[in-house]
Design a protein around this ligand. Structure first.
Ligand SMILES: Nc1nc2c(c(=O)[nH]1)N[C@H]1C(S)=C(S)[C@@H](COP(=O)(O)O)O[C@H]1N2
Ligand SMILES: [Mo]
Length: 245
């Protein structure tokens, strides 16, 4: 195990990506240690480098799930029942061409397949084959305005306090060639437990940035006014916004 991953697992003992809050997670001292450990994790691949590509034989068939449980609300479960036939991904905010995409259209745009590793801050990692739409290609269709700085992803899931899950990256990270809106995992549509029908996959950052169950996307110039103001659900709880591996 390299040093970075070791530090990641040390941090994992202190706080995971488990949305069930515990006293430890609320403890300021623990948060400070976590920040320190996360700072160590930055740099090697991050925004510029490329995440390692793996072989078919490296794919783990047992792919853990983590974070919030699969959304149980009627809207999402209704979509699951009809195999996402009426799912529509809306893109709004600072774009020249706000529009919605149904799954059939999204599928025509899927051009990237990559076998990459997904690293959870809790210390586990898993290799999977993802197919989807390079995010830069997707954004070129909606044309971000010059003042757009962040891409915000809102999810179908809510935690036990009914707080909606969301996440964000900046337009530079969105342009990374390996960042994608994933539609398939290991050759089959991403199942509901793993974030289907559309999830973000950012292999150059810790897995908490790979937003599952994407409901809509918004381009903004600042995330200060969105929910807790730190750019994401985990970030509002003290995780770092930038989670480059
Ligand atoms: N919408 C949503 N996306 C999410 C989460 C979540 O709770 N809700 N958890 C994150 C965390 S902490 C991890 S490790 C990965 C887990 O992805 P997996 O369940 O497919 O393994 O999803 C990330 N994306
Ligand atoms: Mo995680």
């Amino acid at each position: 195990m390299n040093r970075k991953l070791f530090v990641a697992s040390a941090a994992a003992l202190l706080a995971g990506c488990d949305s069930t809050k515990n006293a430890l997670n609320e403890n300021q001292g623990v948060k400070d240690v976590l920040h320190l450990a996360q700072a160590w994790n930055h740099a090697a691949i991050g925004t510029h480098g490329m995440a390692k590509l793996y072989a078919e034989s490296d794919i783990d068939r047992n792919y853990p799930t983590n974070g919030d449980p699969t959304p149980t609300d009627p809207e999402y479960q209704g979509l699951v029942k009809e195999r996402f036939r009426s799912y529509k991904l809306a893109v709004s905010g600072l774009v020249e061409r706000p529009q919605t995409f149904d799954l059939a259209r999204l599928r025509t745009l899927a051009s990237l397949t990559q076998i990459t590793r997904h690293d959870c801050v809790e210390g586990w990692s898993v290799v999977g084959k993802w197919t989807g739409i390079p995010l830069h290609a997707f954004l070129s269709l909606v044309r971000p305005k010059p003042e757009a700085r962040y891409v915000v992803f809102y999810s179908f899931d809510r935690d036990e306090n009914l707080q909606q899950f969301y996440g964000s990256i900046d337009v530079r990270q969105a342009a990374h060639p390996q960042t994608m809106l994933a539609l398939d995992l290991n050759g089959a549509p991403v199942d509901p437990d793993h974030g289907g029908p559309v999830r973000l996959r950012i292999p150059t950052q810790l897995a908490y940035k790979s937003t599952k169950w994407v409901q809509r996307i918004e381009l903004v110039d600042s995330f200060k006014r969105i929910y807790g103001g730190h750019g994401g659900y985990w970030e509002d709880q003290g995780y770092e916004w930038y989670a480059g591996i």
